[in-house]
Design a binder for this molecule. Structure first.
Ligand code: ADP
Ligand code: MG
Length: 253
């Protein structure tokens, strides 16, 4: 239902210098994401995970190839147009806004300021408490709080495709389990095609498909068990034998 055909993204190494080397960041990726599945996207830092996710949302323009969503070519569509079609994106580094509260963000996302509906969304999301509602989404929030708020606003849009870029960044270990359960529940109850970029084993274990991105290409696609030997070869923590004897905290980041 979301089809990437030879999709590429190239950009100058230094955007301020026109003469700088052009880097191939996403290198002709072809892949079909099936409706209602949960994808765990992982791989080494700098491999191109965020860039690929941004290509799907239209934050990065594809410099080659074609993206089709439910039979329609969306390659040339803006972020807003893709959002209207039900594609939603939660940033690795969530934005902060002076003078805007969580209530404002949630109302915009849900398309209502009805108290009961907003309370219902917070209850459905579960990971953030009711007293978040009137908190300003500014620099005073912790990294973890802001990620939870972003997750809630993504879910409030009832997306058909939900993309979460490292949703566990800055989240305490006690919240990761409920967050994994939440995204899995949303996938299953609402048939949401879910793409989670993460190094966290807890997210990868519940995925229907693991995609390993390295050097701007899909180095592996398949189940978690099959991914383990490749993951343990990479110098990322937490997938294989190196974890033996380590605490979960260390192992799962
Ligand atoms: N707009 C851009 N211009 C130039 N280089 C970029 C741009 N976006 C990403 N990169 C580079 O592409 C590589 C892949 O980045 P990214 O997709 O963020 O990787 P990941 O999310 O897997 O860690 C990195 O080396 C990054 O610095
Ligand atoms: Mg990234």
């Amino acid at each position: 239902m979301l089809e990437l055909e030879e999709v590429g993204f190239a950009a100058p190494e230094d955007p301020a210098d026109e003469g700088s080397r052009v880097l191939t960041i996403v290198d002709g990726v072809s892949y079909t994401f099936e409706k209602g599945k949960f994808y765990g996207i992982t791989g080494p830092n700098g491999g191109g995970k965020t860039s690929l996710a941004k290509l799907i949302m239209g934050i990065n323009p594809a410099t080659s190839g074609k993206i089709t969503f439910e039979g329609e070519d969306i390659t040339g569509l803006s972020i807003t147009e893709r959002a209207r079609k039900g594609i939603s994106y939660s940033f690795q580094n969530a934005a902060r806004f002076k003078g805007i509260t969580f209530r404002d963000l949630l109302s915009i996302a849900a398309g209502t300021d009805d108290e009961e509906k907003l309370t219902g969304i917070i209850a459905r999301v579960g990971v953030c408490s009711m007293d978040f509602l009137d908190k300003p989404v500014d620099a005073k929030l912790s990294g973890g709080e802001i990620k939870k708020i972003e997750l809630a606003t993504t879910i409030a849009r009832n997306p058909r495709i939900a993309i979460y870029d490292e949703p566990d960044t800055g989240i305490d270990l006690w919240t990761i389990g409920p967050m994994v359960d939440l995204l899995k529940r949303e996938q299953q109850e609402y048939d949401t095609t879910t793409l989670v970029v993460s190094h966290n084993r807890a997210f990868l274990e519940v995925a229907d498909v693991i995609l390993l991105i390295r050097g701007g290409k899909i180095a592996y696609s398949g189940d978690f068990e099959g991914a383990l030997p490749i993951l343990s070869d990479l110098s990322v923590c937490g997938y294989g034998d190196t974890c033996e004897g380590e605490s979960d905290a260390k192992c799962y980041r």
